[in-house]
Ligand binder design. Structure first.
Ligand code: NAD
Length: 370
């Protein structure tokens, strides 16, 4: 039986400012103290899946973060566990594989689990992490389809855990300026927009990105999601309908998934924007026209530099480590029990657009979104 002091402390935490942090009490409490006081403690992040993005971007970014640190790893490859433990000084008890992952529930060092797996595993590991009492960051695209996104959001809500999507650009200064220019109608109402994102895929033909069941789709899921985001965050509106076409110049290579997709989004009030995605073209731009001016970013979606200009001149801000800013912000939100600006709902909205684009590719018609 618990002592009354323990109970009251716990109910204070459940009902009070800490709320969602209750299950990882020790570390969250000291983090709170740290964020507002002198004994600063960073929240612990465990990366799940040590592939290209974890190795190349997230682990290095976690060497620069102020509010969180690389506390643990989850990997199916024993040699990676050895190498990462050595490189990043990760204690043995914070190293998991996919079989014993659920026992992470008992580890107070891990506050946040970051899912960096192929898309078909996002739902399963997000739900398992939430059930283990951890807050979750899940990489983009959030899941195979909107229905799975809804299940992930519901599971995190039920477990009283915060869920965020790895939308690093929401923390990038040039992108934030473009959001302001569009959403606050600095040049008047938007009259048109064009967003494109893609790269020329020449990698392993057996990779998960080329299998529909594993990636959910091709260039649209992987790269197009940024162009959809670009349209949504520049307009500050949710699109209501979409019409799409596609092109395949290498059908032997892109057997199961889309190569290049073109779409038109319709927004409330009648604005139409263009978008495109590709695994066969190097694109990365956002261009907006408004009643009294225009603005653009190019490159718009990479890790940096992000460059931009508007009718008023160069959009000039510092280049930052986007991933470090993104993870630091989420750790701050968790510690303060404040909503993240990129919650699961943000991923869900994009996946509703993606689902409608695939429906339109099948029907050849305008399809409603949602
Ligand atoms: P990757 O293929 O390099 O790494 C995937 C990892 O998952 C590998 O370590 C692999 O061993 C592991 N894995 C575990 N179970 C697996 C299984 N059953 N099948 C295949 N792999 C399995 O991929 P990545 O480029 O690191 O991408 C991972 C996620 O990160 C994807 O959702 C991707 O869209 C996202 N991503 C995001 C960004 C960004 O800028 N936000 C950039 C790159 C990747």
């Amino acid at each position: 039986m618990e002592s009354s002091s323990k109970l009251s402390r716990r109910s204070f935490i459940r009902n009070g400012v800490l709320g969602a942090g209750a299950l990882t009490l020790g570390s969250t409490l000291s983090a709170i103290a740290g964020f507002s006081g002198s004994t600063k403690k960073k929240l612990g992040i465990a990366l799940v899946g040590l592939g290209g993005y974890s190795k190349g971007q997230l682990a290095p970014a976690l060497q620069q973060t102020q509010n969180c640190y690389l506390a643990g790893i989850v990997t199916g490859t024993p040699q990676k566990a050895v190498d990462w433990a050595k490189q990043y000084n990760i204690p043995k008890q914070n190293i998991y594989n996919y079989q014993n992952f659920d026992s992470i529930a008992n580890n107070p060092d891990i506050d946040i689990v970051y899912i960096v797996l192929p898309v078909f595993l996002h739902k399963e590991y997000t739900i398992r992490a939430a059930k283990a009492g951890k807050h979750v960051i899940c990489e983009k695209p959030m899941a195979l389809n909107a229905k799975d996104c809804e299940e992930m959001i519901a599971a995190c809500k039920k477990a009283n855990r915060m869920l965020s999507i790895g939308y690093r650009l929401h923390f990038e200064p040039h992108t934030i300026e473009v959001m302001r220019l569009g959403q606050q109608k600095v040049f008047g109402k938007l009259t048109g927009m064009d967003n494109g994102n893609g790269f020329t895929y020449n990698g392993d033909p057996n990779a998960w990105r080329l299998k529909k069941a594993l990636g959910g789709g091709g260039g649209l899921m992987d790269m197009g999601i940024y162009a959809i985001q670009g349209a949504r965050y520049s307009t500050g509106m949710e699109p209501i309908a979409v019409r799409a076409t596609q092109e395949k110049t290498r059908p032997d290579f892109f057997k199961e998934v889309d190569e290049t997709v073109f779409w038109e989004l319709e927004f409330p009030g009648g604005l139409k924007t263009k978008g495109k995605s590709s695994y066969n073209n190097n694109w990365g731009y956002l261009k907006a026209k408004a009643e009294h001016g225009e603005f653009e970013l190019e490159p718009a979606y990479g890790y940096g530099p992000i460059l931009g200009k508007s009718s008023k001149g160069v959009i000039d801000y510092p280049q930052i480590n986007q991933q470090a800013a993104q993870m630091d912000d989420f750790a701050k939100c968790v510690a303060a029990n404040k909503p993240t600006r990129v919650p699961g709902e943000e991923g869900l909205k994009d996946m509703r657009v993606v689902d409608a684009i695939y429906r339109s590719l099948d029907s050849g018609k305008w399809e409603k979104i949602g």
